[in-house]
Design a protein around this ligand. Structure first.
Ligand SMILES: [Fe+2]
Ligand SMILES: [Fe+2]
Length: 253
């Protein structure tokens, strides 16, 4: 599989990097790169198994542009484990929820690099990328307590982290939403916190003009109809603490 270019107008480019494969039991993960003019941002760059390939592919796509930011949607190892390498080999600033700034350095962040790890406030923020503004949107409890999505207003892509993740199918783009639910439902029931969080998220993102929703695992949703089907599904989906209270029992064996 090669890189997938979502958008390219000559100045602005959105690329889903080739799947370098995590191998073994490591979950498949997507790495996304956005380049605008002379600057770029890598989203959820992943762990050690994909680090060297994702880094060299990013450099080759960036060309003369420089990596300005690293965005971490949340604190999981499939996202931040190779943080030290990314900060060491680039001049980029890394952004993560303020809730995780003191915790992720346990993955092994050199003291000298730690000042380039920046907190995102709970309300979200904008990141300026060579003159355009990328929107960092609150998506707390979906699944992490301090969790953000990134919306690119140029390409109209919403990068949704673990929300929309799918596992086990062999395609990259969702073509039949109802058939695709089987690859998402189990993960969302157990990893997403509650329908209240999903409803709040759905009501927020309905205000955006979205062409693609691109999760960190599995297939992406393209086109208004597909995007709306996914948002509607989230709005009504029961998950997490809506379902799990029966499990709070002392194990019998
Ligand atoms: Fe996660
Ligand atoms: Fe993930």
């Amino acid at each position: 599989m090669s890189n997938t270019v979502f958008y390219n107008d000559g100045v602005h480019k959105n690329v889903l990097l080739e799947d370098f494969g995590s191998g073994g039991i490591a979950v498949q993960a997507n790495q996304h790169l956005i380049i605008h003019g002379n600057e770029g941002i890598i989203l959820d760059p992943g762990g050690h198994k994909v680090y060297s390939k994702a880094l060299s592919e990013s450099y080759s796509l960036l060309g003369n542009s420089k990596l300005r930011y690293i965005f971490f949607s949340h604190q999981d190892p499939d996202i931040v484990a190779a943080m030290n390498g990314w900060l060491m080999t680039t001049d980029a600033e890394a952004y993560i929820s303020k809730l995780w700034v003191r915790f992720v350095p346990h993955f092994g962040l050199d003291h000298i690099l730690s000042e380039r790890l920046k907190p995102i406030p709970d309300e979200g923020m904008f990141l300026e990328l060579d003159g355009i503004k990328l929107m960092i949107l609150p998506a707390h409890f979906l699944h992490s307590t301090g969790n953000f999505h990134l919306y690119d207003p140029v390409s109209k892509i919403l990068y949704s982290g673990d929300l929309g993740a799918s596992l086990g199918m062999d395609y990259l783009q969702v073509s039949n939403f109802d058939d695709h639910i089987q690859y998402m439902a189990g993960f969302h029931k157990r990893y997403m916190a509650s329908n209240a969080a999903l409803k709040a998220w759905a009501n927020m993102v309905r205000n955006l003009d979205i062409d693609i929703i691109a999760p960190q695992h599995g297939a992406y949703f393209q086109g208004k109809d597909m995007v709306n089907q996914f948002i509607d599904w989230c709005h009504d989906f029961q998950c997490g603490i809506d379902l799990i209270t029966d499990l709070y029992k002392i194990p019998s064996t």
